[in-house]
Design a protein around this ligand. Sequence first.
Ligand code: DOR
Ligand code: ZN
Length: 439
Amino acid sequence: MTNSSKSTTILIKNAQINSGGNQLQPQELLIQAGKITAMATEIPIPANFSGQIFDAEHHLVSPGLVDLHVHLRDPGQTYKETIATGSQAAARGGFTYIGAMPNLTPAPDTPAQLAVMNQRNQTEGVVHIGQYATLTTDRRGDQLVDFAGLAATGVLAFSNDGSGIQTADTMYRAMLAAKAVNKPVAAHVEDDSLRHGGVLNAGAKARELGLPGLLEVVQTAQLARDLVLAQATGVHYHVCHVATAAELTLIRQAKAAGVQVTCEVSPHHLLLADQDIPGDDANYKMNPPLRTESDRQAMVAGLLDGTIDCIATDHAPHSQAEKEQGFRQAPFGIVGSETAFALLYTKFVQTGIFTLAQLLNWLSQRPAALFQLNQVGRLVVGGPADLALFDLDHTAPIMVQTFASKGQNSPFIGWPVAGHTVATMVAGQFVYQRQEVQR
Ligand code: DOR
Ligand code: ZN
């Protein structure tokens, strides 16, 4: 981010803030030198005011959203995404802080390469980017990274996302090392020996399409192992993208037993089940796969009962050519940054299943607190002016032509949604402003 206009004063007039439940109340904010310096129901325009006045037109102002799980592909696969386009996509979704996964080439697996990434993220990203480092060298084998050196360089957490750690001893030693530097292990749980070449949930849809299925034990067998290891080591163990009721049963038991375990769920696992897959369309192919409708319902219940701690998108851009290969050949993953808030607001808040306050908490304050991110995910006087404005009233279809991401691989194109982002601000500067005026 550039600091060029950080000194600009901006007065945001006529916004509305969520004050619990679904309540909205008028809110105006004064932004100076990148910080929020005043918040009140009404802030009169001072005499001789020389700053910018932004009329929020009664849209919702929220803390900038926080996404602990995105793939930026840069370096290594910049035809899919770059730090610039991926962070612009985040900004367009109302996110001001993202956690970037380390499945990159080269991977951030040494302090030197992590330092390169931290520098590039800061200069090329339009939002705040926390960088994950890998658990093992190049995400392979059993050679652990330099946890102390990476922590000292500035790491968000450690993860081999994209694949599981195949041996218990490697995970055990990684957990001890992460615990020693007080950083979370963010686990993609997947036992390769149980994959059996599967490409979607093992069940009726896989049989209907004649495609190999993924059993739920692919995740649960490794998750059960890891929960035992997390208890033995005392590490903060964060489970990425939970998708089955069986995983929640294990996590619920572990939480009750005092294991320091947290977890995230993706919007797609809250919104879709395998029965919704319309045919051999790889825009429905992701890892973990869409599970059953009762698993999907368990994800919703898991958020509401606190078993699931937060929502993270797993934004995973791929090229159109790759995704056109169909379920057998296409890579796993879908984009999520630009559709998450609007989809979840429309499908869960407008329908009365979640309150707006709950949804915002799972997308901002809660993930920031989980990873001990100071001054992230909250709107407070004296804090950074990282915020988003959302249009809760106007419903319009999700249009791929408007994506900032290079990825167009989404099963949600055309879905009519409310909650489109109007503007996103990072450190007092607009990093996204809606062009198309929709009333
Ligand atoms: O669907 C996925 N895509 N799941 C992962 O774990 C990795 C990701 C990717 O990097 O494409
Ligand atoms: Zn993953």
